[in-house]
Design a protein. Structure first.
Length: 340
């Protein structure tokens, strides 16, 4: 149903209705109709009103048509995956505005895992490309700022591969480098000392497989969580191996890690090249970004602030830091002057 109603000085007005069927209405709209608020934020010229299972859109014709397409895509995501988030609304709006590629529902709705009824799935087009690259390549580098889901999605793919018996074990590792501060002497056993570095990986896999199951899988070697130094001298066969915080590896450590690859294995290397905590030297991740690009069966997935699924302010912080660093680099180049 559509009715055009011109208003003075506002151009043609349009009213459209969308039937909200095939979803649990309360869950779809969210607490205090959060979905409506998110839609209004992305489409400020359009008013949205939900009554029973009917959503009414009113406003300038062009904006209403675009918003109607977004609502339809978001509704399809909810039907396929069981839920939508405010990040879905933002990403669907962005994809509709670009108007390229497959539908937003196709990109965003295919889950990797279902954990206690909640689907783990990509929430941006960039995340979907990253997940698809893991399926299609033996080694994938996931490079991007904090909050883009690099490690979490890699972990979900590892658990999926284990459940499908595509691999025999999951190996999670990261370099034991302090994030810009000295922690000093840590008491206890070796396990106690390395726990602060590996705890984020342990918590993530526990959230996907159940905290009660993980200790058994750790005990029988199906899941291994270890510092990067423990990889030396090994050949990792039939394993899904994740190296996290790879920006804090040296070039020698990165070469050592990558050459552990064995038959039937897959590796995902994640990191943020803007957050290197090494005291001296070159980041192994930065160097591999130059050396290995173009090598067959190795893929570099670049995630950006558009792929951040934390608070929207995180994306603005990342963009502000990037602009600051670019300005600093430009000022340094100006001070050096033209090359002789």
């Amino acid at each position: 149903m559509a009715t055009d109603a011109p208003a003075p000085n506002e151009g043609p007005q349009l009213e459209r209705t969308v039937l909200l069927t095939g979803v649990d209405l309360a869950s779809f709209l969210g607490h205090r109709d959060q979905l409506i608020a998110d839609l209004e934020q992305q489409h400020p010229a359009v008013s949205f009103h939900a009554r029973d299972h009917v959503l009414t859109l009113r406003g300038p014709a062009a904006q209403v048509r675009a918003a109607e397409q977004v609502v339809g895509e978001v509704l399809e995501v909810a039907r396929r995956s069981g839920a939508v988030s405010r990040h879905d609304v933002r990403e669907v709006t962005r994809m509709v505005e670009r108007g390229d590629g497959p539908t937003a529902a196709q990109v965003l709705s295919e889950p990797i895992l279902s954990v206690r009824g909640n689907a783990i799935r990509p929430q941006t087009a960039g995340q979907r490309s990253y997940v698809d690259a893991i399926d299609q390549n033996t080694i994938v580098f996931g490079i991007g700022p904090a909050g883009t889901g690099k490690t979490y999605l890699a972990m979900a793919k590892a658990v999926q591969a284990l459940q499908r018996r595509e691999v025999a074990k999951i190996i999670l590792t990261r370099p034991a480098v302090e994030a810009g501060e000295r922690l000093g002497y840590l008491p206890g056993s070796l396990e106690d000392k390395i726990d602060p570095y590996l705890r984020p990986l342990f918590d993530a896999v526990g959230s996907m497989m159940g905290q009660d199951l993980v200790p058994r899988l750790l005990a029988n070697g199906t899941i291994e969580v270890a510092p990067l130094a423990y990889m030396r001298g090994r050949t990792l066969n039939e394993s899904f191996v994740i190296l996290d915080e790879a920006q804090n590896t040296t070039p020698e450590q990165m070469k050592m890690f990558l050459t552990r690859l064995g038959y039937g294995s897959k590796m995902v290397v994640t990191g943020d090249v803007t957050q290197v905590d090494l005291p001296v030297g070159t980041s192994g991740l930065r160097l591999m970004n130059r050396i290995l690009r173009g090598v067959d069966d190795i893929h570099f997935a670049e995630l950006s602030s558009d792929d951040i699924v934390r608070h929207s302010l995180v994306g603005r912080i990342v963009d502000a830091y990037s602009a600051y660093e670019e300005a600093r680099a430009a000022n340094r180049d100006e001070r050096k002057g033209p090359a002789a």
